[in-house]
Design a protein around this ligand. Sequence first.
Ligand code: CAA
Length: 303
Amino acid sequence: MPEIKKVGVLGCGLMGSGIAQTAATAGFTTVARDVGAPLLEKGRGGILKSLGRLVEKGKLEASARDAASGRLSFTTDLDALRDCDIIIEAVTEDLELKNRLWKELDQLCPGQTIFASNTSSLTIAAMAAATSRPDRFVGLHFFNPVPLMPLVEVVRTVTTSQETFDQAYAFARDLGKEPVTATDSPGFIVNLLLVPYLLDAARALEHGVATTVDLDRAMQLGCGHPMGPLTLLDYIGLDTVVRISEIMFDAYREPRYAAPPLLQRMVVAGFHGRKNGKGFYDYSVDPAVPSDLALGTSVKSER
Ligand code: CAA
């Protein structure tokens, strides 16, 4: 099996930058590619901040941070990924966009390069089929915040060869993660279970079951979750969750994957969660306060 030494990451948003940081910290030469310098700058800033936090908390040596930074480069040029041993794609959940990139890379990269998608909900088979290497295609699904969350879902589609799967699985371990095997069905394991739960929490708020704060507090204190569901929705990004739910609803046609009107309205109104400062909570103040008044959710919030 050819060894993985150089990693390419497509997309330098929340997930892509986390994946690039993780790969560089684990010792891989890593190239992160996005379409514009401002996006790359934002990604680079997030990585430096996260690495700094890990050093501050004593979880990473300063020398390891410097070595990781040294292994990382940023580019807008797709051609810079041509000699990577594995390319992990973490761009917007848009099949057409993803397949445009995969087709270009298919021309640039040698046949043995592994193509891996971090998609949360799209079918791996639909991307593999757009390339001339469906046997070298696999899903590698990471969790936010990538540097901290230990799990990677390694997704085998019908065309994935055993060698590719084994390499991707071993690579996830080499990144310091815990891999699990998932089949290529929309949502894999985690989102299949998590997305209906998150949508139900938004539905419960919409129906006046409890306040934002109490819904979150209940699941944190009653079930030991590190974050309540509305805080987690804000953390993942409301636009992202709505997009994932659309894809899953389209695939399964089950009401539990349909985003409730409140959530859809919030996204249309520009409430995208923590990344733009407003969601179920308003992050323009510290600590964040619930947005119940702005959202018109019926139970009066107490905090
Ligand atoms: N980089 C480095 N360090 C970070 C960090 C980052 N990006 N984010 C947080 N930290 C560190 C903090 O500095 C802090 O360190 P100490 O414990 O040493 O003080 C630690 O992590 C905890 O952070 P906080 O005190 O700020 O907050 P917290 O205790 O709530 O922990 C959390 C943060 C790890 C994110 C935790 O709340 C958590 O596990 N939340 C659930 C996240 C989750 O469910 N993710 C999956 C989302 S689903 C998904 O991603 C897939 C999809 O397809 C939608």
